[in-house]
Write a protein that binds this ligand. Sequence first.
Ligand code: SAH
Length: 464
Amino acid sequence: MARLDTFPVSFKVAGRAILIVGGDDEALAKARLAVKTSARVRVFAETVEADFSGLEIEMVERPVEAADFADAALVFIADHGAEGERAHALAKVAGVPVNEVDVPEKCDFYTPAIIDRAPISIAISSEGAAPVLARLVRAQIEALLSPRLGAIARLAGAMRDKVSAALADGGARRRYYEALVTSAAVEAAVDAGQGEAEADRLLDAHAAAESGEGVVWLIGAGPGAEDLLTLRAQRRLQEADVIVHDQLVPAAVIEMGRRDAERISVGKAKGHHSFSQAQINTLIVRLAREGKKVARLKSGDPMVFGRAGEEVAALRKAGIAYSIVPGVTSALAAAADTATPVTLRKVSSGFVFATAHGADNTDLAHWASLAQSGLTLGLYMGKSIAATVAGDLLAHGLSPVTPVGIVVNAGRADKALYSGTVGAMAQDAIDFADGPAIIFIGHAVASGDWAQAAEIAPDVKRTA
Ligand code: SAH
């Protein structure tokens, strides 16, 4: 088995200095790292080539001297000439660890890629072998961590005495801290500068119940590509004890949850009503009452045709904590896929996202006039009734030459595009690819990029 040649430690620099020798871009890069700490950062350079402005450093425009090492914790040498060598020798005498930038054999220590959520820090090192890989790993870990992690860690630190007083049992204290650092309410309160008040409130609740509280997060999974999910959605999925998901949410997204999280599919794909809405409401309330963290995962955005209104009403009635994580709704994914501006200066002053399924005559008359006046319609749940809807819009006065664009499987690799006019769509000739679809209607649609689209024409039958 490969062994580490370096030992990761957290080196104390508070109240001391970090010295940087050199004035070029390499020196600047190290200065940027060094200013993340509370150490004094002193840059020694006779000629300053890089732009150090905006960094809290002391620029010393003379050669470094033995006395400068007296309070130095670390030194970075970015000068690879005689001056650098002299500085290295002085550091050795003073016993200060040296990093010669990009010269591993002359380094006493390496600088890892750092994730800084002070007081929490995470260092990723490849012992100099693959810094690019270390940076990629850092990006992946960054994506998992709340930007408020540091503030929450400080908050947890500040609560220590109060927690010891309020909760005698070690297990109860641990449960409190777990709740504190993962609570959506605390996170929101920290943002609003109310972190301590919320932490106190949570402590009262724990002292009363001496157990964790359940919560439900309504999470938008986006249109189906695993990288069209928000970072917050990803984090919540990893915190959840149970993931309750709809049929349309792809497996790759559900997989993002913790390995040991329970997963419950509640169906709701067209034609497969495995759970009624009432049963789903009851389920999420019951799970939260058991003290579980429930991720209620919905395709697209949870507030758009997701029946979130009913679920939220049930949670409020039951007094259960909840929060909502938005997602990319499929109509906007379809707009992105086809570079279609749903609003366009002088053409479309707005957009209407509506469901074609269940629309009545009054709805259709209303939309026809909106589209006629230039607004872009984005119709959900309309694939199987596309021709009927188009016919009705025509009957209500929409011009037959109004552009139409349809995206099946928006945001996914297997998307299929169709474009034409309302007049052509009314003639029932489209042999759609399998999958959910968004139907755009309106003049702005013509400004999109539909070059890859199959033409909607009465005589064209095709699968994409
Ligand atoms: N909350 C979802 C909508 C759920 S209703 C959202 O915000 O996107 C289900 C309808 O959404 C489908 O009938 C279809 O019209 C649309 N839809 C969902 N995913 C889609 C996708 N990847 N591509 C196109 N349409 C999609």
